[in-house]
Design a protein around this ligand. Structure first.
Ligand SMILES: *[C@@H]1O[C@H](CO)[C@@H](O)[C@H](O)[C@H]1NC(C)=O
Ligand SMILES: *[C@@H]1O[C@H](CO)[C@@H](O)[C@H](O)[C@H]1NC(C)=O
Ligand SMILES: *[C@@H]1O[C@H](CO)[C@@H](O)[C@H](O)[C@H]1NC(C)=O
Length: 414
């Protein structure tokens, strides 16, 4: 492990080019995987267990020297859904191979007990655990099949062993359920941990308590799509994602009151909503919590969001998919268009930024993947399609409305 050097090399790249804030670390025309040898890889291609052009990276996470990359099984030929890149080894590589995490066997399709079928977004916590929601699905849209139930898998990143697998209860989901996002709320100890999962098409917010090994489900009108915000124009395509509800999730730092704020937004919406983790952590609140959920102002037109994250000092970053951009909001200011900044944008390189994370060293990682073109049209495999960028948070927010420093952390919400 060689973190200080890695950080140093990133900083060095930054200094050589000060006009663009996000620095491209990796890029691919098509993804490829680290097979045992060429023979194994050729056999996988021949038997269609690996079809390179069907592999779309969707989620990222960074823990120490590992950069995780998830690839959903939307089509045939996805050999492994949870993967990583070793950042030390990939330092001078433009298009590194993906290595299955923790290994090939654990990524076996439709092996419900010990395999992972489809993983979207993942979250590492401060107790060196990786939280991985397996949707158990194959396909996307109206062709989706469910060979396995939804199950939360939690791995110990120090041993690469699975600590736990928790199948969601039948009551946690409904026939429309589609969960592609997760946030992890760590309290005072590693036992005091909760996962929040957004059911985008079944319109629910699921909670899992690590300590109690139990889950429950909130419903609220704020999880629904806004019927006036279902039209999208991205990458030269016009399409309607007008049934997509609650999607992006971000947790605030712990407030002086001991709770966090979970910020969330439906995909077909330009609005942000919030709720205290004091409410979410209490399963009795499922019955009566309507007034505990808060609607914030809209971000403005063309500001659909699927992924967001908040830094330990209260700066939220989120993907603005219609603007090929990453937006920011400093939670010391009131939410609304005038306090929302753009930290970087590029209509080619940031075409569909699909995930954003902040690592323990204060570096922001962004992946762009041309997802809407992949789903609704097709990608040009002679072109670069997938990119991963990095930049220090402080560099990203400098010269934006988010770059204000106030000594005392204060939330304007709740
Ligand atoms: C599924 O969706 C595709 C594309 O949106 C459409 O062409 C097809 O008719 C749909 N099939 C069913 C069974 O609804
Ligand atoms: C968690 O609960 C599930 C049943 O809901 C059970 O199968 C599993 O063994 C439990 N895990 C732990 C660690 O208690
Ligand atoms: C959980 O919510 C119920 C119902 O509002 C309340 O009576 C109870 O005190 C709460 N529990 C905690 C630990 O806050």
């Amino acid at each position: 492990m060689n973190i200080p050097l890695l950080v140093f090399s990133i900083i060095f790249i930054k200094i050589t080019d000060s006009t663009i804030k996000l620095q491209e670390q990796f890029s691919w025309s098509a993804l490829d995987y680290k097979y045992k040898d060429d023979f194994e890889r050729s056999k996988a291609i021949r038997t269609k267990r690996f079809v390179p052009e069907n592999n779309l990276p969707v989620g990222i996470e960074v823990w120490n020297e590992k950069l995780f990359v998830t690839v959903p099984r939307w089509k045939v030929g996805i050999p492994s859904t949870l993967n990583y890149i070793n950042l030390d080894q990939a330092k001078n590589t433009k298009s590194p191979l993906l290595t299955p995490y923790p290994d090939w066997d654990s990524n076996e399709f439709a092996n419900c007990e010990s395999g992972l079928t489809t993983v979207y977004r993942i979250k590492a916590d401060a107790c060196d655990r990786l939280w991985v929601l397996d949707t158990g699905t194959f396909g996307i849209g109206n062709t989706t099949q469910n060979p396995c139930p939804y199950a939360l898998n939690i791995f110990d990143l120090t041993t690469n062993k699975r600590l736990r697998r928790y199948e969601l209860r039948p009551e946690d989901t409904n026939p429309n359920t589609f969960i592609a996002n997760i946030a992890v709320d760590l309290g005072r100890t590693c036992e005091d941990a909760f996962a929040y999962m957004s059911d985008e098409l079944g319109y629910g917010l699921l909670v899992y308590s690590w300590e109690e090994n139990k889950s429950w489900r909130f419903t609220n009108g704020f999880f629904m799509p806004d019927p006036l915000a279902g039209d999208f124009n991205i990458g030269g395509l016009n399409f309607q994602w007008d049934t997509e509800g609650i999607f992006g999730l971000a947790l605030s730092p712990v407030l002086t009151t001991g709770e966090r704020i979970l910020y969330f937004s439906p995909l077909a919406s330009n609005r942000e909503f919030a709720v205290s983790t004091r409410i979410l952590r209490n399963s009795s609140k499922v019955e009566e919590s309507y007034h505990d959920f808060v609607a914030l102002p809209e971000r403005g037109p063309n500001s659909h969001v699927t992924a967001k994250v908040m830094s330990e000092d209260g700066i939220m970053l989120f993907n603005l998919i219609d603007r090929n951009a990453i937006g920011c909001w400093n939670s010391r200011t009131s939410y609304g268009p005038t306090n929302i900044g753009i930290v970087d944008s590029d209509e080619n390189e940031l075409l569909f930024p699909s995930d954003i994370k902040i690592d323990n060293y204060g570096y922001v990682w962004v992946m762009s993947d041309r997802m809407s073109n992949f789903l609704l049209s097709q990608l040009d495999y002679n072109d670069i399609n997938f990119r991963i960028f990095v930049a220090p948070l402080q560099v990203l927010v400098s010269d934006t409305v988010c770059d204000i420093k106030i000594a005392h952390f204060k939330h304007f919400v709740i």
